[in-house]
Design a protein around this ligand. Structure first.
Ligand code: AMP
Length: 281
């Protein structure tokens, strides 16, 4: 496995694969890797000849009061994990490499589906994601790009601009990887105190309870209210608890598949999760 830190170096490493028309798979990450990230790499390994993983903590997707400076950076450990799952090339550029000195005047903004959920709480966040992912797509030029369903709205935004801008690659969504107690794996879980780590699985438990309630015919509003009640009682500060269609449209009644979304803070740590509930009349 090779690690490249410059765009030029990465191109040189990928050129033989490009010339030989090998299938290139790409997994963008911010590092501090866990099994959720590694599952994306495993999926890429299944269908691609060459697997590239980027590790880049992207400053422009963090708000002014967010955790850009303190975000965990663990490159050596990440490289070891990636070598073990068969990654071919790690791309770990500096901020200077990705954002050259000249000011950036171009933005990529997806409307509608970003005016909701995390987009309301984190203004500019999805623009920052869209810009960096587009830059990375242009740098790596993969055939397939892999993203986790944990960041459901992010995956929808990426699918949308890839389609809207005719970016020539296929986006593949990968299911959420969870700890044994159900907590969705996240680099931010490392911020949790032992006490908060015990409470954190309440998020997934409340989603599973909601699934059962929906299947029993309890109304969507009541089900969402019950989640809010459970989370508040456990000590969470709720950002949102919402239901949307799989295409992220508003939904009042459980008369088609629904995705339940939670964003909630425990202490200083903001956690997100979601669960799709199938409609089987
Ligand atoms: P991040 O490093 O948090 O930017 O995540 C990089 C990629 O890994 C994104 O596509 C995430 O959706 C995905 N990811 C992060 N956590 C998980 C998880 N628990 N299960 C599946 N995918 C995940």
């Amino acid at each position: 496995m090779k690690t490249e830190t410059t765009i030029q170096g990465l191109s040189a490493s990928l050129n033989p694969a490009r010339t030989a028309r090998k299938i290139i798979g790409f997994v963008p990450t911010m590092g501090n890797l866990h099994q959720g990230h590694l599952n994306l790499v495993r999926e890429a390994r299944k269908i691609c000849d060459v697997v590239v993983v980027s590790i880049f903590v992207n400053p422009i997707q963090f708000g002014p009061n967010e955790d850009f400076d303190s975000y965990p950076r663990t490159l050596d450990q990440d490289q070891q994990l990636l070598a073990d799952v068969g990654c071919d090339i790690v791309f770990a550029p500096s901020v200077e490499q990705m954002y050259a000195k000249k000011p950036r005047l171009t933005n990529i903004s997806v409307s509608d589906i970003t005016d909701d959920l995390c987009g309301l709480q984190r203004p500019g966040h999805f623009d920052g994601v869209a810009v960096v992912v587009t830059k990375l797509f242009n740098i790596v030029q993969p055939n397939y790009a892999f993203f986790g369903q944990k960041d459901y709205q992010q995956l929808a935004v990426i699918r949308q601009f890839v389609q809207d801008l005719n970016i020539p690659l296929e986006v593949i969504g990968v299911p959420i990887a969870r700890a044994e107690d159900g907590l969705a794996l996240s680099s931010r879980n490392g911020y949790l105190s032992a006490e908060h780590r015990q409470i954190a699985p309440t998020i997934y438990k409340s989603l599973k309870a909601a699934e059962l309630e929906l299947q029993q015919g309890i109304g969507l509003d009541t089900v969402l209210a019950n989640i809010r009640q459970t989370l508040s009682a456990a000590g969470f500060e709720i950002d949102y608890v919402e239901a949307r269609t799989p295409e992220l449209q508003k939904i009042e009644t459980f008369n088609q598949d629904v995705v339940l979304f939670i964003a909630a803070k425990i202490g200083q740590t903001r956690l997100i999760d979601n669960l799709q509930v199938k409609f089987n009349p």
